[in-house]
Write a protein that binds this ligand. Structure first.
Ligand SMILES: [Ca+2]
Length: 195
């Protein structure tokens, strides 16, 4: 706030101090990390943005940042570190498997696949196999045109994720394993479907 917090009416009929005003606080655009993307288009007080890395890169640092009253973002801008897995998939259909499938995947994996279809289509995912270490190794499905929508997370050995259809023309799938114990992993197909 700029101006006087308390103003008193004086005998001359004029208020003391100056009229307060509240300028809109903006933290400014922090940009996207190199080899990454920024979700969220407002940078004012209480806005939250999400920082993400492209396939073949791993996010190191803060996934989300929020604009504070002092005009500073929480946390620090993350970086995207190269990995040895994941890719962009742009064809009308395809199949994705975890590393080494059907043998076990590796420890400490961070793999992202992005499926993109024409703008008037959606991406449908159908899982054929799914086994990951319960509570430790996770598969995440991102509906990337809806950054505000919670990510769907799957893990375990007893069920297969249900089919998923994106709301836009892009979907991302990410697999993250911890440093010990592995399973067979997963296999899914994707294809473009009409809106
Ligand atoms: Ca594990």
């Amino acid at each position: 706030m700029h101006g006087s917090e308390v103003r008193t009416c004086q005998t001359n009929g004029i208020w003391t101090g100056t009229q307060p005003s509240c300028p809109i606080v903006s933290c400014g655009d922090p940009g996207a990390p190199i080899n990454g993307i920024r979700y969220g288009k407002t940078f004012t007080y209480q806005s939250t943005i999400i920082l993400e890395c492209d396939p073949q890169y791993k996010l190191v640092g803060d996934l989300t940042r929020t604009c504070q009253a002092d005009g500073q973002w929480t946390g620090t801008q993350p970086a995207c570190q190269i990995t040895n897995c994941g890719t962009f998939l742009n064809g009308p259909s395809g199949t994705v498997t975890s590393n080494n499938f059907p043998a076990n995947y590796n420890d400490n994996e961070y793999c992202t696949w992005q499926m993109q279809v024409p703008v008037d289509k959606k991406v449908r995912l159908d899982f054929t196999e799914f086994r990951t270490e319960t509570g430790k190794d996770f598969l995440m499905v991102y509906d990337t045109s809806r950054y505000d929508r919670p990510t769907i997370v799957f893990d375990g050995t007893t069920y297969k994720p249900p089919p998923f259809t994106s709301s836009g023309n892009v979907a991302r799938v990410r697999f993250i394993s911890d440093g010990a114990s592995t399973e067979k992993g997963f296999s899914f197909s994707y294809k473009q479907v009409g809106k």
